[in-house]
Design a protein around this ligand. Structure first.
Ligand code: ATP
Ligand code: MG
Length: 497
């Protein structure tokens, strides 16, 4: 097991020795002669462990440890001490150092410490991913009046058993609201079961909702519980409820009225105790008027209506959401925290967001992946957002006309060390989360280069049957460096673009 180590010491010999010990064990190493250089390296690279000398001229090891922990709380730092500095070493441990070692403790001890640090990092990572999977939950964020009112309604309705109908355009957070109601309700220890009525074919939805007996239809080899049963004691979230057929609506209505269901292919009645929360992005009153939605079902579902406003009507939430998504994705991709340049915030604030918070979230994910610097810049945004011109038309009734007339933000000057040929590269495959470039679109150099690089790497891997070592050799890159780029570009075997 080997990883990456950074050695910080003002003495060249010590740096060389510790680097060599690690290199001989297969580790990749970097070194810095002082705290400031170390911090600069940490901004761009990830290390499994940092060795830091305690006594250095200028900023000492304790000072360095403090700065590192402030910025990267999870970074493993081992403090190197001369003899007789136990008291300060104890102080270092209190400040969150992983361990401390005397400089002459011997090669084995150093390697064991590094391996432990690596293991801890792997465990912490695994833990984080698991926690995220288990909870998979996000807060409903925002500081606008609209969001405050939603939070207040969630708080009021959650403790009751009242049915809730959540309405709003796509991507406004309807599912998040439903989940928040469940999480704050007395049913929170019981299941939250989601059914997307639009995604299930008409002939299957009945069995999906109510379950089926063996032989009820072709392929029903086992009796199956439906979502109503699965949600017993908890909450059933009927998403896109406006898309259910009238026949299914009639059955749902009965389940709501009587609290009883029958599995498909059975006439045995089952009692269920389910709280129903429904959501739709359709104008449901219109659906009723057009006869596509049963009026009685509409009234049953719509005991408490909650309307999620579109993002363009609560622009004061944009920067808060964007910052929170930046942090989320930096954590997810395991990269140091990035910040948003003010011009990015301006650009985001101007865009009409037809896809609402979902679109903003996707945009930020892409920008975090695209950005090379610690700062996310305007160039990292997609062309639509930079120019304030969405590809998808905004929804009816919005009032962003004046906004789209605002001057498009010009990408800042950015001429880097690139041979001119790259700037002429035709539009390549889009970045992992990038919107496809439009024909004839002129890409900023920065973006063209990233796409070019990604494509080159993908092709090299393809040629070498995804053997990373061989592809790295062909590209003239270190293997670890190529691994890093694969992570950054989200490339994985099987990608065909
Ligand atoms: N207020 C918010 N705070 C944080 N994240 C949000 C907020 N609103 C929406 N999101 C995020 O935006 C994405 C879309 O939200 P969600 O799936 O709840 O939207 P929806 O209204 O159900 O959309 P659709 O109608 O397309 O199903 C999710 O990733 C969600 O976490
Ligand atoms: Mg939804």
């Amino acid at each position: 097991m080997s990883g990456r180590v950074l050695v910080v010491d003002d003495e060249k010999n010590i740096r060389a020795t510790i680097e060599m010990i690690h290199r001989n064990a297969g580790w990749e190493t970097r070194s810095a002669a002082g705290v400031d250089d170390a911090l600069a390296l940490l901004q761009d690279e990830r290390f499994d462990v940092v060795y830091m000398d305690l006594a250095m001229p200028g900023r000492d090891g304790i000072d360095g440890l403090r700065s590192i922990k402030e910025r990267y709380p999870d970074q493993n730092v081992v403090i190197l001490t001369g003899q007789g500095s136990i008291e300060r070493a104890v102080e270092a441990l209190k400040l969150g150092a992983f361990d401390f070692l005397e400089k002459d403790c011997g090669k084995e001890k150093i390697l064991v410490t590094s391996r432990n640090a690596l293991e801890r990092r792997a465990l912490a990572e695994e833990n984080r991913i698991l926690r995220k999977k288990i909870s998979g939950r996000r807060e409903f964020l925002g500081k606008s009046g609209g969001v405050a009112s939603i939070l207040e309604q969630i708080g009021r309705v959650a403790p009751t058993n009242a049915r809730v109908l959540i309405m709003g355009e796509s991507g406004t957070g309807k599912e998040l609201i439903a989940q928040a109601i469940h999480d704050r309700s007395p049913r929170k220890e019981r299941p939250f079961v989601k059914v997307n009525c639009a995604a299930i074919p008409e002939e299957l939805i009945e069995a999906e909702l109510f379950g089926s007996e063996k032989g009820a239809y072709t392929g029903a080899v086992e009796p199956r519980k439906g979502k109503f049963e699965a949600a017993d004691g908890g909450t059933l979230f009927l998403d896109e409820v406006g898309d259910m057929s009238l026949r299914v609506q009639t059955k749902v209505l009965r389940a709501l009225q009587e609290g009883e269901i029958e599995r498909v292919g059975s006439n045995k009645t089952l009692r269920v105790d389910v709280r129903v929360i429904a959501a739709t992005n359709k104008d449901i009153a219109k659906e009723v008027a057009a006869g596509r939605m049963r009026e009685d079902l509409y009234y049953r579902l719509n005991v408490v209506p909650i309307v999620a406003p579109p993002l363009r009507d609560r622009r004061e939430d944009i920067s808060l959401l964007a910052e929170s998504f930046v942090n989320e994705f930096c954590e997810e991709y395991g990269i140091p925290r990035k910040t948003l340049d003010w011009s990015v915030v301006e650009c985001l604030a101007r865009y009409p967001w037809p896809g609402n918070v979902r679109e903003l979230r996707n945009q930020i994910e892409r920008a975090v992946i695209m950005s090379r610097e610690k700062m996310v810049c305007v160039q990292d945004l997609s062309a639509e957002v930079r120019e304030g011109r969405p590809v998808v038309a905004a929804h009816e009734g919005d009032h962003h006309g004046a906004l789209s007339a605002a001057p498009a933000v010009k990408p800042g000057p950015e001429v880097r060390d690139l041979p001119p040929v790259i700037a002429q590269v035709p539009v390549m495959a889009p970045g992992p989360a990038g919107a496809p470039a439009l024909p004839g679109e002129v890409l900023p150099l920065h973006e063209a280069r990233r796409r070019f690089e990604r494509e080159m790497i993908r092709e090299a891997l393809e040629r070498n049957s995804w053997n990373v070592s061989r592809a790295a050799e062909e590209l003239g890159l270190e293997r670890t460096n190529l691994h890093k780029k694969l992570r950054v570009y989200g490339l994985a075997k099987g990608d065909k673009e």
